[in-house]
Each structure stands twice: as C-alpha cells, then as structure tokens.
Design a protein around this ligand. Structure first.
Ligand code: UGA
Length: 437
C-alpha cells in the first residue's frame, strides 16, 4: 500500500510518519523546499515529543520519504491524503485555497484507482465540492473525509491510540481501502465509524467547538469562584467525577489558543450562519474566550496594585499550551503586549525556546531557566502549563525575587503551599491570597 500525504504541518507530518510506522510506504509532500530538505535529513521543523525518533527510524527503514513534487508523488499512490492548512480568513471563514491548489495539482497525474482522503479540517460540503471539482476535470475518484483529532504535544500518542477514527465514505471500495489503512489499530479495539461525507466533516467541528465550549464554561465558573470563595480546581474535580461530564478539558486558565479551536469555532460560526443555522453557544464561546485575555491583564494589574510601569515581570511560559513551541493565537501574546504598553519590563522563560516567540516579542529579555528569569522580579506570572512549573522550588524563588508575588494563570499550586513559601498568590478561580502584613 503506497500512501502520499500532501502537506507537512502537524497533521500531515504526524500522519505520514505514523502510517510509515504502521508499515506502509509513505511519501510526504510539501511545496516548501527548505522544509522538505530538512525533513530528508531527519530534521523536524516543529516541536513534537517522540516524532523525531519515529521519523528517523522510518527513513532508515526506507518506508518514509519526502518530496516537493506532488505530481510525481501521486502517480502510483493507492491513497492520497490532503493535510494542508485551512487558516481563518479575515471574516472568520476557512481559507480553502491550499486544499484546491493541492487537488488541482494532483488532478492531472493521480493514479485513477487511488482514493483521495481529505484530512484538512474543511467546512461541511467541501469534500463533495472537491469530488465535483475533479469530475469537472474528467477525474473520477473515490473521495473520503477523515478528520484528525490529534493534539499538539501528544500527537504521536493520539494518532497511534485514538479514541475513534471517523471516515466519511461514499463507496464500498473506499470503505475497504480505508479499513485496511486503519487495520493496525484493530488490536486496540479502536472504534471505526463510517458516516456520510457531511457527517464526518461536521463531527470534527462539533468536537472542537464542544471542547472549546467546555474550557470556556469552566473559565466562567472560575470567574464565579473568584466572587464566592469556591475553588475552581475542586469544582472541576467534583464535576469531572461524573462520567457523563468527564474530567478532561476542565482546567481553568487564560482561555484557549492555538491553531485549531479559534480557527474552527470561527469557521463553524461562519458556515452555520451561511446555511441559516443559529449557533448562539458557539458565538458566545468565541466572544467569552476573546474577553478572557483582557481579564487576565486586569488580574495581573490588580495584583500589582494597578501599576506595572517600570516593574520587572517574570513570565514563565508563552506557548499556547505545554509541550509545543507553537505560538499561534497564544493568550500570552495579548497579555504581554498589554503589559509592555503599560510600561512593564518583561523577562521570559519558555522551556521550548520557541523561535516563533522570539520573532513575536522584541522588547523583552530571554532567560535560560525559570530561576534566572525570576531574579529581581516584582511579579512572577505563569502563563503556560509546562510540567516543570508544577514543582518550582518556591523557597529558592523567594530569595531571587524582589517582591514575592506569584500570579498563576493555570492555578497549578495548592494555595496553602504557595502561602507557606512566603509568596502572595493570585491564581485563576480562587481568591487572591495576599501576604499578611
Ligand atoms: C485541539 C484538539 O484537542 C484536538 O483534538 C484537535 O485534533 C486539534 O485541536 C485540531 O483540530 O487539530 P490542540 O489545539 O493541539 O488540539 O490543543 P488542546 O490540547 O486541545 O488545547 C487547546 C487550547 O485549550 C490550549 O490553549 C490549552 O491551553 C487550552 N486548554 C485545554 C485549557 O485552557 N484547558 C483545558 O482543560 C484544556
């Protein structure tokens, strides 16, 4: 079975590498020459735990290769996956130009018996439109929609042990071929659900929007906790023990970011509106999450006596979540920019040493570790939930800072522990514990 994957972003690269790990022959294609040259050498252009080892192993086993030539790479492929980006346009709709560019490019040379699988997240109706687009060019292919549910930072594990595989198919033949591709998951009893194209497309948006809404809900509960003396972590624990609710995605924080939830909730809102369906919960999720960053700035200002001018703020973590170097739509961007505008002096330590972050923040000082970053700080602000911030030596930190104030936007510490180490502690969804004077 020969597989060609077009697009080497998170979804394309992880899928390509993992399919080769399953034992298939895989070619990953991208029109970015520098990226493909790096990948051919075994260099990964993104930070994803575990991916580098699998990549090298499968290149050496000659099951995995990279190319910039889409036309040639699809010629003898049995399956072609399209996993190119579908970023947001300024009106919130999904930009499908890369999908159509890829389809256009492969139309002339694709193996006529191949199955074309759209893995990019696309609005409902797109897969059928792609099928018709090809028919208009005289190419009759089986076209399938197969959403990807992997999370950055856990992408390999999510691909290898998914909760489910969703396949929008329209022919028995496509169903058989895709069953074969995902047969390696059979040993783990992973449910494989076959649906129509439209149902599979909507399943992806509905899943992401639901998770975004769940996070937004717990953030609203966090706001309420701050007003009534409850502890959001304990409320989340109590809720999550109910199996109907589940304990995941109930961590309150600075709001969701990244390349998926913001983009997909906007696209869902856009295409639902065009189809005449109202989505007030999704609209409110987008609005509430948007407001969250300003609320975090206000929280920081309040803890700093409403004045950060000339103060040293030590920021721990800037990526949109832990275990990635990805800065796309990270809450840290808005928060730090606002603090800089108000005259704060910002020092940053992020365990990924993200190159993207270095390009975004110019007027800041970068540190090599958390402790150096906190020297002479007037406030330490945790923005990203990196594991190494879970067990900081607070006593050691206490000696480094100028003013013992910890503002923890991920509520990672028990309040009593922080207080005992001599810090004032301002977290999310719990009261502000000031130092006794
Ligand atoms: C998300 C989905 O979780 C994946 O299933 C999906 O495949 C992917 O989008 C996609 O569409 O490609 P991802 O954006 O990588 O994955 O990251 P998440 O772990 O979902 O986190 C998204 C944001 O929510 C982050 O900013 C994170 O900090 C925040 N979050 C997450 C919370 O604030 N609280 C939580 O409890 C969980």
């Amino acid at each position: 079975m020969k597989i060609t994957v077009i697009g080497t972003g998170y979804v394309g690269l992880v899928s390509g590498v993992c399919f080769s790990e399953f034992g298939f022959d895989v070619v990953c294609v991208d029109n970015n020459v520098a990226k493909i040259t790096a990948l051919q050498r075994g260099d990964i252009p993104l930070y994803e735990p575990g991916l580098d080892k699998l990549l090298l192993k499968n290149i050496q086993a000659e099951r995995l290769s990279f190319s910039t030539d889409a036309k040639e790479s699809v010629r003898d492929a049995d399956i072609v996956f399209i996993a190119v980006g579908t970023p947001s346009k300024s009106d919130g709709s999904a930009d499908l130009s890369c999908v159509y560019q890829a389809v256009d490019e492969l139309a002339a040379s694709v193996n006529k018996d191949a199955v074309l699988v759209i893995k990019s997240t696309v609005p409902v109706g797109t897969t059928r439109a792609v099928k018709n687009f090809l028919l208009n060019r005289g190419v009759k292919l089986d076209v399938v929609f197969n959403p990807e549910f992997l999370k950055e930072g856990a992408a390999v594990e999510d691909f290898m042990h998914p909760d489910r595989v969703i396949l929008g198919v329209e022919s028995e033949r496509a169903r058989e071929i895709l069953s074969h591709v995902y047969r390696p998951l059979y040993v783990f009893n992973i449910p494989i659900v076959f649906t129509s194209l439209e149902t599979a497309e909507l399943s992806k948006y509905a899943s992401n929007a639901f998770l975004a809404m769940k996070i937004t809900f717990i953030n609203e509960i966090a706001n309420l906790c701050e007003c009534c003396g409850a502890d959001v972590n304990e409320v989340a624990l109590a809720m999550g023990l109910d199996k109907r609710i589940g304990d995941q995605f109930l961590q309150a924080g600075p709001g969701y970011g990244g390349s998926c939830f913001p983009k997909d909730t906007s696209a869902l809102e856009d295409f639902a509106h065009k189809l005449g369906a109202a989505m007030p919960l999704v609209n409110e999720t987008i609005r509430s999450n948007g407001d969250r960053r300003q609320r975090m700035v206000e929280k920081i200002l309040q803890a700093c006596d409403h004045d950060v001018k000339g103060k040293n703020i030590s920021v721990l973590g800037v990526t949109f979540k832990a275990d990635t170097d990805d800065m796309r739509d990270s809450p840290s961007i808005d928060i730090i920019e606002e603090l800089i505008k108000r005259g704060a002096r910002i020092k940053i330590y992020d365990p990924s040493f993200s190159k993207q972050a270095e390009k975004i923040f110019s007027d800041v000082v970068w540190s090599k570790n958390a402790y150096d970053n906190c020297s002479d700080a007037d406030a330490v602000v945790i923005i990203t939930d990196w594991s190494e911030f879970r067990a900081l030596n607070l006593k050691e930190l206490r000696h480094r800072v100028r003013n013992p104030l910890l503002i923890d936007l991920r509520s990672m510490y028990p309040v009593s522990e922080v207080k005992a180490s001599g810090f004032a502690y301002c977290s999310v969804g719990r009261g502000f514990e000031k130092l006794e004077s």
